[in-house]
Ligand binder design. Structure first.
Ligand code: MN
Length: 252
């Protein structure tokens, strides 16, 4: 059974004649490596196509990208707010709501975790360097494939079981983060400065968010079967497979 997994995309316009769809290839590689098929969903898709894809899909990945518009959590823009993409916000918020209604597994990455928090009623730091005390830089200066800071995962949590460790060494490519955690989310991982790096929505079968980029570990995935980042994608795809089987049973 090969689950079908939707991955959201952004749009790029700079230097191009028309808006283009944008997604880092590591997302596709990381989804497909454990045996799933990735389907890209864009802000250009029509709402009825979005719902059609949700009807046949078995999982959803909310990917990284622009800052979520602060109006979505009732704040005025901070001077250091980055680029926003209103069409993408609208598409992903609708998509997430419909995926949760279907009790579909959701893996929310970086911006995706921030969007998950906002969708469920939380708020964000619009700019960590100017709004969060401490000297841990969350926009790493090291190379893209390097790990930058640690994350402590709650002991005894499902995420600790998935990662196989409560002490992770992760990458960090974000200038925003969770400020007020949504009431339906639980923090399951923290950076050294206390910032939330992993969340779970325990009211749903399999909904997790991570603030780092586990898909960028895909280069090491082939060689290191025990990598926590790789284990996260394998666990997600397994949950999507189980969701697909539940869908078949409901069909009968
Ligand atoms: Mn970080």
């Amino acid at each position: 059974m090969r689950p079908l997994i939707l991955a959201t995309t952004s749009t790029a316009e700079e230097g191009l004649r028309t808006p283009h769809v944008l997604l880092g290839s590591p997302y596709v590689i990381a989804i497909e490596q454990p045996g799933a098929t990735a389907v890209l969903l864009t802000p250009a898709h029509r709402a009825e196509s979005r719902r059609h894809l949700l009807d046949v899909a078995h999982g959803l990945v909310l990917t990284g990208g622009e800052d979520v518009a602060p109006s979505r959590y009732g704040e005025e823009p901070h001077p250091a707010l980055g680029e926003v993409n209103l069409a993408r916000d609208e598409m992903e918020l609708a998509l997430l709501e419909e995926a949760l209604e279907r009790r579909m597994p959701v893996l929310a990455i970086c911006r995706g975790m921030q969007l998950l928090n906002v969708a469920m009623g939380g708020s964000l730091y619009q700019d960590l360097p100017s709004q969060l005390e401490g000297d841990l830089l969350h926009e790493q200066e090291a190379a893209v494939n390097a790990r930058w800071h640690r994350a402590r995962i709650e002991e005894g949590s499902r995420l600790e079981e998935i990662f196989g460790s409560a002490d992770l060494h992760i990458n960090s490519f974000h200038h925003q983060g969770v400020k007020r955690l949504a009431p339906t989310l639980r923090a399951r991982g923290w950076a050294e400065d206390g910032l939330i790096e992993a969340v779970e929505a325990p009211d749903y079968p399999w909904v997790f968010g991570v603030q780092w980029h586990p898909e960028r570990g895909e280069a090491e995935m082939e060689s290191d079967r025990r990598s926590p980042d790789r284990r996260l994608f394998w666990a997600f795809v397994e949950a999507c497979r189980e969701h697909a089987e539940r869908m078949l049973n409901v069909g009968f």
